[in-house]
Each structure stands twice: as C-alpha cells, then as structure tokens.
Design a protein around this ligand. Structure first.
Ligand code: GLU
Length: 276
C-alpha cells in the first residue's frame, strides 16, 4: 500500500507556523517513503469557513514549496457521502437524537475544536431538528469482544508522551456529536470517511487531536473502515510557552511573509523546534 499522508486544514482563518509545521512534516514523510501527500479542505462548517482563507491555504502551501494531487477534495462538496455514513449508523441504532442548545453543544465540542459552533446572541434552543450523537453503550454492545481490541499505533507522541499501541478509550470524549443541526455533519464523521476514501495510511497532526483519535478509531470499526497509523506531534509554542495557534494576535504565515521572512527562516525555525 502506498504510504499516503494528508494535511487537512479548515479554512476558518489564516495558516500559522504550527500548520506549516504539520503540513511540512506530512509532506516530508510522504517524500521519504516515496508516498503521496494529499491536501484536503475541511470546510463543512459554512458558518466559519471563508473562500479567502481557502485561497490563502493554497498560496501559503505553494510558497512553502509543497505540491499535491488535484483536484483537492473539499468536504463541502461531499456532504451526501457523510450523510450515507450517518444513515448507516442510524440504521444500526448507534446514534441518537439530541435536542440540546447550541451553547450546551459548544461546551461539549472540546474534543473536536474545529466543530465549535458560532453562537447566536443568547442561547437560543436548537429548533426541532436534532443533532445526532454517537451512542457509546450501544456501540460497545455492537462490537462485543472487538471493543477490547480497539486501538491505534502511535508512532509520534501524544500530549503525555504516549507512544506505541494505544488502547482506545472512546469514553474520554463521551457520546460525541456526529451531525450538527446547523452544518449537517460534524468533524469526527467526515474525517474518518475521508481518511478511508483517500487511502490515508499515516496521519501526521498536532497532539491537540490525539484524544479525538480514540473516537475516530471506534467510528472506523463501526463503519468497517481501516485505521491508519498516527503520528501526533507537539504544538509550536512561543517563548512564553503559549500555543502559537491560540495566542491572540499571534502572527500568521501570511503576516510573517509580508514582514519578509523567507522559507529558509521558516524551515530553520521548524528544524530547531523538531530538535527540541
Ligand atoms: N480540520 C482539522 C483542523 O483544521 C484537522 C483534522 C485532522 O487533522 O484530523 O484542525
């Protein structure tokens, strides 16, 4: 099987050096294994994604010297496929409707930060359309003894240094939302469908998504999809130890380019970081 990696940004803002690090890591891993590097645009959330951010992703990655096969998969063009997966889980009795408010759902979205809905003023209840949640108890019954064997090979490091075989514990994320009322589908479901359909064998991403992996391997098992190998990496921090992506006013790749930083500077920053 061809070693296949992907970089799967959500166009909800400009890329920052942390994204560049992830993209470059995946790209280099693919190159060194004579494999493929795929770019996927995770734009299911029409409330937060913007065309100018998507264009900036292409521009920034090209500036970094990366290339990828075209056409790029844009999740917004494949909503029907995620719906098929959701219907399948519904027919298996493994999801249940949830009528919580957006605010309540937002507080629970921490395992999938890219799924944080934009709140309307106040805390308006969702209307009659429900969100759909994964039913962990039923999923466990469905898998029977296979539940105990759920896990993934961590070839990088989790936030606490996790490495090697990880027994999955989907309960850390609870009954996650798989279909949001406002945007139809939620991150966990779309990402497993696409990782499988694009033949992704190795996932390189920040360790902020390490915990999400516990839920994603369960979904893979339920939907009969393969589990790739995972390489989570540490997040780029500034000199005060704050995460670059989260710090208010932290500079995007675009800002740094405008200030005249060149690719060699970016690569040097990352090489230093990778050694640390
Ligand atoms: N779209 C996600 C993000 O931008 C990344 C998904 C993933 O790598 O699994 O944070």
């Amino acid at each position: 099987m061809t070693y296949t990696t992907r970089f799967a940004p959500s166009p909800t803002g400009y890329l920052h050096p942390g994204h560049a690090f992830s993209a470059l890591t995946a790209f280099k891993a693919a190159r060194s294994h004579d494999g493929a590097f795929i770019l996927r645009i995770e734009d299911i959330d029409h409330t937060r994604c913007r065309p100018e951010y998507e264009q900036a992703i292409y521009d920034d990655l090209r500036w970094m010297g990366l290339d990828w096969p075209e056409p790029v998969l844009r999740q917004s063009e494949h909503m029907a496929d995620y719906q098929v997966a959701l219907e399948r889980l519904k027919s298996m009795g493994l999801v249940y409707p949830c009528f919580k408010t957006r605010k309540e759902l937002m507080l629970e979205a921490l395992s999938a930060p890219q799924d944080t809905p934009v709140l309307p003023p106040g805390d308006a209840p969702l209307d009659r359309e429900p969100a759909w949640r994964l039913a962990l108890t039923e999923a466990r019954d469905y898998l029977g003894s296979r539940w105990e064997g759920l896990g993934f090979e961590e070839q990088g490091r989790g936030p606490n240094g996790e490495h090697g075989w990880q027994v999955a514990d989907p309960s850390i994320n609870g009954d996650v939302v798989l279909a949001r009322k406002d945007v139809g589908i939620a991150y966990h479901l779309a990402v497993v469908v696409d990782d499988a359909r694009q033949g992704i064998t190795h996932i390189h991403r920040g360790h902020d998504l390490f915990e999400a992996t516990h839920t994603q391997v369960l979904l893979q098992a339920l939907l009969g999809l393969p589990t790739p190998q995972y390489h989570h990496h540490a997040l780029l921090l500034d000199d005060t130890g704050q995460r670059l992506a989260k710090r208010k006013g932290s500079k995007s790749l675009r800002d740094l380019r405008d200030e005249g930083i060149n690719l060699a500077d970016i690569k040097a920053l990352m090489a230093n970081y990778a050694k640390a």
